[in-house]
Design a protein around this ligand. Structure first.
Ligand SMILES: C[S@@+](CC[C@H](N)C(=O)[O-])C[C@H]1O[C@@H](n2cnc3c(N)ncnc32)[C@H](O)[C@@H]1O
Length: 259
């Protein structure tokens, strides 16, 4: 059982608060599903409150940050502790990259337990890798992402029902302070608490983090960051690579991509 978040999940709930835009997109994607399994459920973000949710989570540290009235089942994506076709829908949010190298197995498990709908919120590493932080400073995370994030088209191929890919722009003011949110906030690189709330930074050795912090600090002070990326200061949202892959049994020929 993965215990990665037992090491890096402390304080998650305070920095990673549900983003209302993504929550609404997930709720819409779940359609009229009444029973939902949430895999890699963490602290409970993005779980619809008006449905029956079976949360599956391997980390004790993450489970301890869940609301007391929304308990989780201890479990892992590669062997979901549910019977076949036992829920209407199965969802996972920003967890799939932690299932590597068993991501395909986890997606097959989601299909096994979900009668109708599968919703996967993930990152397209090709798009995320173009964001200034990964492009110019944190190459180690760009290279890691290329290894651990299947591109959305590959995910669609793993699903056993028709699927579409949706683009979800990340708002400047998102309360979910993932690494993607840094597109608008270069100053967050200098903040150890902000860095610790992202698995991208948390998984890097200290010398890499120190190098990136020093370089961003220098470029902010000299104006070099703004000279290269200043147009981002005026944007309210940005495509940082966040994607929803939505699959329904009855979607038929109408499966398309949309933004
Ligand atoms: C970035 S957090 C996302 C948590 C939550 N879904 C959210 O959006 O706030 C990633 C979660 O995936 C969980 N996780 C890691 N490996 C897993 C695995 N093999 N199976 C299921 N969940 C896993 C972690 O424990 C953590 O709670």
């Amino acid at each position: 059982m993965s215990a990665r978040y037992d090491a890096i999940g402390e304080g998650y709930a305070s920095r990673r608060v549900e983003d209302p835009t993504l929550a609404a997109r997930i709720a819409a994607a779940l359609g009229d599903a009444r029973t939902i399994c949430n895999v890699g459920a963490g602290t409970g973000n993005y779980e619809p409150r008006d449905r029956t949710v079976l949360a599956v989570e391997p980390s004790e540290v993450m489970n301890a940050q869940r609301p007391a009235d929304r308990p989780a089942i201890r479990g892992s994506a590669d062997a979901l502790p549910l019977f076949d076709a036992s829920v209407d829908a199965c969802m996972t949010v920003l967890s799939l990259h932690h299932w590597h190298p068993h991501a395909a197995r986890g997606v097959a498990e989601m299909c096994r337990v979900a009668r109708d709908t599968v919703v996967i919120a993930t990152i397209d590493p090709r798009v995320c890798g173009r964001m200034w932080l990964l492009r110019d400073y944190l190459h180690e995370v760009r290279e890691m992402d290329d290894r651990i994030f299947p591109v959305p088209e590959v995910l669609v191929g793993w699903l056993d029902r028709p699927a579409r890919i949706e683009v979800v722009p990340v708002r400047r003011d998102t309360p979910d302070a993932s690494l993607m949110s840094f597109w608008a906030h270069p100053e967050r690189v200098l903040d150890p608490v902000a860095r610790a709330a992202t698995s991208g930074f948390a998984r890097q050795p200290a010398d890499v983090v120190e190098r990136v912090v020093a370089a961003v600090r220098e470029d902010l002070a000299s104006g070099a960051w703004d000279a290269r990326n200043g147009e981002l200061r005026a944007l309210e949202s940005y495509d940082a690579g966040l994607r929803l892959v939505v699959a329904h049994r009855d979607q038929g020929e109408s499966a398309t991509s949309r933004s």
